[in-house]
Design a protein around this ligand. Structure first.
Ligand code: GLN
Length: 189
């Protein structure tokens, strides 16, 4: 089963490895034609303004937005979460705007740009998930139909809206495949 991974910038290789470990067939996506046949899509972390600029340049906004609107599962991590959000606090940067969430970029402050912490993610079982946060955003508002799946010190860091999943952290940077497996399973793939 082919799963697209947006491969314009950022941590796409690690997502491909995680998908391969789960027996899926990752496809690096840089052009619209490469989306064909993909049953789901992952938008990796990186720098959301750069990813937005490149998506515009490579004409990927329209086809990806259409996929999301048609119910194709999409998982965004970190900058990918920002790309999925409808609102980005204090910014008019390009975005897909598919999820009814508002996000705040770099929400954990300059002092602690990057850190790791165990997260309680009940949908993945009782074993905590190691959250790797790198200049991470947080979700500051959720609309109807958005489920909050994890919080870190009152900050919402994992949400799901039907076929759309977004994490403020980087699950692809650990050996724990549970969140990717949850995405594939929840998408009935
Ligand atoms: N701070 C980045 C942004 O605003 C996201 C960081 C990441 O993806 N690790 O786009």
């Amino acid at each position: 089963m082919k799963i697209g991974v947006l491969a314009l910038q950022g941590a796409f290789r690690e997502h491909c490895l995680a998908l391969a470990r789960l027996g899926a067939e990752p496809v690096e996506v840089r052009k619209p034609a490469q989306l064909e046949g993909c049953r789901a899509l992952i938008i990796p972390g990186g720098e959301s303004t750069t990813i937005g600029k490149l998506m515009d340049q490579y004409n990927l906004f329209e086809p990806v937005r259409r996929m999301g609107e048609q119910g194709v599962p999409i998982f965004g991590t970190c900058a990918g979460m920002i790309m999925l959000a409808r609102e980005i606090e204090g910014s008019d940067q390009p975005r897909l705007g598919l999820m009814s969430i508002g996000v705040s970029r770099n929400a954990f402050g300059r002092q602690v740009e990057s850190f790791e912490s165990d997260l309680d993610v009940p949908v993945l079982g009782s074993e905590p998930v190691r959250g790797v946060f790198i200049r991470a955003p947080q979700v500051v508002s959720v609309g109807p139909g958005v489920e909050v799946l994890a919080v870190y010190h009152d900050k919402v860091v994992l949400v799901r809206q039907g076929h759309l999943l977004a994490a403020a952290f980087h699950p692809e940077l650990t050996a724990d495949n549970r969140l990717h497996a949850y995405f594939l399973a929840g998408s009935r793939l």
